[in-house]
Design a protein around this ligand. Structure first.
Ligand code: SF4
Length: 698
């Protein structure tokens, strides 16, 4: 019988509500959920094509061991045995989980509980490390917590929206639709786009600032200094609610306008105009995304932005605030359960003995990892040099997506025991697995995700599980039980896991931590089935609410104050005579990550059919390349061959190549093979922008 199920899109961090209609004949159609507060019925091209991606071609339908079909018991026994053996012989830090912002919160929760509480290592990291960990680190330095202060409504309420390092039109399209509609109805609203490329997002911009890669710290330091010297700061707020202002101001004042111009690549006139616009507009939202985060100075860039909002008290009030846009559908949910190697569950700190003790007692765990684990890039280095003896990769394809991807592939090949849980049988990573475990895909999975504005929504199943595929949380819990932890992993359902997660957020919290969804600690199956999208926090006994943070202070540092952070503009430019061009990687409108789902849709693949490099006409002329020629791009780490797209949208000296294509879709197109394994020293996030390369006609 035909039915309609409300669920959530599996792609970007906007987290749009989707209605899946399954007809009498089993055919699925998709439309936007008009009642979901993230999108109010809107969908982008990717979301509206979801029904075209549901076939079972290429699916992994049964467990496999060494390429042969195996039963679940045999495969799970082997995984438990090999992990237990590695731990017994080499200690808990000899094993690792590499997970994903594609996992549902319930999957993530069980993975984190098993690794940090029962195995006793913090070697669990996620591909969200590649996406937003610099924002997490910046939030924690400034706010004492990983808190996004505002809501999506703020973008519509603002009089000035600054988009830096964000191609919102392609990477968060429904939010772009909301912003465009707001600007159309209030033409006095201003939009500033800061990006080395003139992206589609810049089409609605009143000002496009074609910044140098990594020029953002200088730009926002200069803005901070300008706000102080022009008297635009809120001294009462600074005195009452913050610390570190003088040191941060001194650092921000290091460059004069000429120096700022040189460091940012913007003219003095552009700088003056932007600074004046920000100074004179009360309602300002600054959105930032991977163009800020994916940098060797990503955390400093985030804090340079936060400094400007703290100084003007433009935070946590309608239409005002800094806004981190997460890339993935559940990067936020992963953060909430401690899916990063340097965090504990429920936004608690792994470095704090009191927090470790709280989590240990709540879980009834024998121990809780006492130090941060290996972050993504370091984790695969440890695989390469033999420190990691057993690795479990879930719902991600690191052989394509991590920097220095060829070295990552060599490391995975070298690892003594690799488990891959995935929906697909053939991925660049899965082909190196000793054990393959078939996972549920979108439309089959059951759980929750959190979007960029802290809104938790249900992903509901509307398709039967194909073959023998099982949920990721179930796979993890089954292995945990076989490792001797049956009592702690006896969850009967995602609803039971969500209730435990909510109860932990409430446990000995009393308002000391930002993440609190204690109102759902006793949720039952009917309640979970009917759960409406809600924003956290929702403490015990409270109704769903719209909550902004920090308008009146209330930061989560022990003294309750927010922190200005003194940051210096990075001085080193990676390019040199041998590699004179700067490569920036990013997304296109109609593909998602390594295209394992969107690559199934002919409609989506028709937008941009093959990997390409955007190159400025002057650079194209220098290397003798014409539009549509094949181009070889090389770095010291690897090479790729892509089609030239000669365009003045690109700044001279810069190249843009999308990160989606892999060797399944085009020969030698894994662009992350060129990216140096350089990371931000605070967040551990790789610098997937500003890579020194050279280019030549193929
Ligand atoms: Fe899905 Fe993002 Fe598009 Fe919304 S904007 S439909 S969440 S891809």
């Amino acid at each position: 019988m035909a039915c309609e199920i409300k669920t959530t899109c599996p792609y970007c961090g906007v987290g749009c509500g989707v209605i899946a209609r399954v007809g009498d004949d089993g055919a699925v159609s998709i439309k936007g959920d008009p009642e979901h507060p993230a999108n109010f019925g809107r969908l982008c091209s990717k979301g509206s094509a979801l029904a075209e991606t549901l076939d079972l071609d290429g699916r992994l339908l049964h467990p496999e061991i060494g390429g042969r079909r195996a039963g679940w018991d045999e495969a799970l026994d082997l995984v438990a045995e090999r992990f237990s053996q590695a731990i017994a012989e080499h200690g808990p830090d000899a094993v690792a989980f590499y997970v994903s912002g594609q996992l549902l919160t319930e999957d993530y929760y069980i993975a984190n509980k098993l690794m940090k509480g029962f195995i006793g290592s913090a070697n669990i990291d996620t591909n969200s490390r590649l996406c937003m960990s610099s924002s997490v680190a910046g939030h924690r330095r400034a706010f004492g917590s990983d808190t996004v202060p505002g809501t999506y409504d703020d973008l519509e309420l603002a009089d000035l929206v600054v988009l830096t390092g964000s191609n919102l039109a392609w990477c968060h399209p429904v939010l772009y639709q909301r912003l465009s509609a707001a600007k159309a109805s209030r033409p006095e609203m201003k939009v500033v786009v800061i990006d080395p490329r003139r992206t589609m997002t810049a089409d609605i911009a009143d000002m496009h600032l074609a910044i140098k890669p990594d020029g953002d710290t200088a730009l926002f330091n200069g803005l901070f200094a300008h706000l102080v010297t022009s008297g635009a700061v809120d001294q009462n707020y600074i005195s009452a609610h913050t610390s570190g202002f003088a040191e941060a101001f001194a650092a921000a004042s290091a460059l004069d306008l000429a120096g700022l111009s040189a460091a940012s690549g913007l003219t003095q006139s552009e700088l003056r105009d932007f600074y004046r616009l920000f100074e004179t507009t009360e309602k300002v939202v600054t959105c930032y995304s991977q163009g800020v985060n994916q940098s060797a100075a990503g955390t400093d860039k985030v804090n340079a932005i936060l400094n400007c909002h703290l100084a003007t008290a433009r935070i946590g009030r309608p239409g005002m605030g800094p806004f981190s846009l997460t890339g993935q559908p559940n990067a936020m949910g992963g953060r909430e359960v401690g899916g990063l190697a340097n965090m504990l569950a429920a936004h608690m700190d792994i470095e704090k003995a009191t927090h470790r003790d709280q989590v240990r007692r709540f879980w009834g765990a024998p121990m809780v990892a006492s130090k941060p684990g290996l972050k993504a890039v370091d984790m695969f280095r440890a695989v390469a040099d033999g420190r990691i003896k057993a690795l479990w990769i879930m719902a991600t394809n690191p052989v394509v997506s991590l920097p220095d991807a060829d070295a990552v592939e060599a490391a995975v090949k070298f690892c003594p025991f690799v488990v891959v849980s995935d929906v697909l049988r053939e991925t660049d990573t899965a082909r190196h697995a000793h054990v393959l475990l078939p996972s549920l895909g979108w439309g089959e999975k059951n759980g929750t995700v959190t979007n960029s504005e802290r809104r938790i929504s249900r992903q509901r199943p509307f398709l039967d599980a194909p073959g023998e595929a099982r949920a990721d949380w179930w796979q993890l819990a089954q292995v945990a039980r076989r490792m001797g932890y049956a009592e702690a992993f006896d969850h009967a359902s995602p609803a039971a896991i969500f209730a435990e997660h909510a109860a932990l957020s409430d446990f000995e919290n009393e308002g000391r931590r930002d993440f609190d969804i204690g109102a759902h600690a006793t949720i039952d199956q009917p309640g979970y089935d009917a759960l409406l999208p809600f924003q956290w926090p929702q403490p015990k006994g409270s109704a769903p609410q719209v909550r902004r943070f920090f308008a009146d202070g209330g930061f989560f540092h022990p003294d309750g104050r927010g922190r200005f952070v003194a940051v210096d503009a990075p001085k080193v430019r990676p390019i040199n005579d041998a590699f004179p061009l700067t490569l920036n990687t990013g997304r296109v409108r109609d593909h998602w990550h390594t295209m394992t789902r969107t690559g199934k849709s002919a409609r989506l693949s028709g937008h941009l059919a093959e990997p390409f490099v955007e190159i400025h006409p002057c650079d194209a002329q220098t290397i003798g390349v014409a539009d549509a020629d094949l181009v070889t791009i090389e770095s010291p780490f690897g090479a790729a061959i892509v089609r030239a797209l000669v365009t003045e949208r690109q700044a001279p000296g810069n190249l843009f190549v999308p990160m989606h294509w892999n060797d399944q879709f085009a020969s030698k197109a894994r662009i992350d093979a060129l990216v140096a394994p350089v990371t931000d020293p605070v967040s551990g996030q790789p610098a997937s922008k500003n890579v020194a390369v050279r280019a030549a006609r193929f």
